[in-house]
Design a protein around this ligand. Structure first.
Ligand SMILES: Nc1ncnc2c1ncn2[C@@H]1O[C@H](COP(=O)(O)OP(=O)(O)O)[C@@H](O)[C@H]1O
Ligand SMILES: [Mg+2]
Length: 256
């Protein structure tokens, strides 16, 4: 199932992060598989490996990668390079979000078509997606989760200067009542020509899901959109706790 290059890359990742073993497939998607891995110190990691270039994946490259000023010069002439660019994009987006305090899995490394991040779950089991537990949520719980989603989205937009572009109940996990936003490969910087459309689509998804669960603030898409982008309400912090420039114009320095 893994080609020899992926196998070699996986060995290199294991060596660098001192991983002991892979311990099962967490998810087998169309393009990527997510594995649980265990470090020599017993710590759990999530390892996402891009393996299959579907037609949809190739379309995504045009839609989300080439329009992003950070990735305009990527050589997309071969599949291996495509995967590497896509994995790097996911890692950089994760890192940029993590640095400004968005609740995402902590990113550890990217190597070729492999991304390693914090495992969101407990005792070997991944945390559920919002989609999987929607019927068990009370209205109050849904309201609290909605507030977290809006709060985190503000950080994505106002501090990381990104738009998630695939925000839905399928890409949000819940562990101990705290949300984690995942699957950020397609997130684009605000300068992407379609950033506004992607943002509106994210607002629509959030509105649809939470209004169904009885969160009245979510009924109106325009209201959700306004709340998601209310930058006066957010104090952008970097990982060291320093305040970042609030009224930055354009995209902050992209130095990784
Ligand atoms: N950091 C993580 N910790 C635990 N499980 C994860 C993690 N990241 C992803 N997963 C699991 O893998 C699934 C697929 O990951 P995702 O990044 O959404 O990729 P896809 O592009 O296949 O949707 C998620 O729905 C979730 O169940
Ligand atoms: Mg997903």
């Amino acid at each position: 199932m893994w080609d020899s290059q992926t196998l070699l890359a996986a060995y290199e990742v294991m060596r660098r992060l001192r991983l002991d073993r892979f311990a099962g497939v967490v998810s087998a998607g169309k393009e990527a598989r997510v594995y649980r891995a265990i470090g020599r110190d017993g710590r759990e990691y999530a390892v996402k490996i891009y393996l299959t270039a579907t037609a949809e994946f190739r379309k995504s490259i045009y839609k989300y990668l080439l329009g992003d000023p950070r990735f305009q010069h990527v050589d997309i002439s071969n599949t291996k390079k495509l995967f590497a660019a896509w994995a790097r994009k996911e890692f950089r987006n994760l890192k940029r979000m993590h640095e400004v305090g968005v609740s995402v899995p902590k990113p550890y490394m990217v190597y070729q078509n492999i991304i390693v991040m914090e495992f969101i779950g407990r005792e070997g089991l991944r945390a559920p997606l919002l989609h999987e537990i929607q019927n068990e949520l009370t209205r109050e719980e849904a309201r609290d989760i909605y507030d977290q989603v809006v709060d985190n989205y503000r950080r994505i937009y106002c501090c990381a200067k990104l738009v998630h572009a695939d925000m839905s109940e399928y890409n949000i996990m819940l562990l101990d009542d705290k949300i984690y936003i995942i699957d950020v490969a397609q997130a684009v910087s605000l300068e992407h020509p379609n950033a506004k459309d992607f943002l509106l689509n994210d607002a629509r998804n959030i509105s649809r899901f939470f209004s169904k669960l009885g969160v009245s603030d979510a009924n109106d898409v325009d209201n959700v959109l306004r709340e998601m982008t209310l930058c006066e309400e957010v104090n952008c912090l970097d990982a060291s706790g320093k305040r970042q420039e609030k009224n930055q114009t354009g995209v902050p320095g992209d130095n990784y």
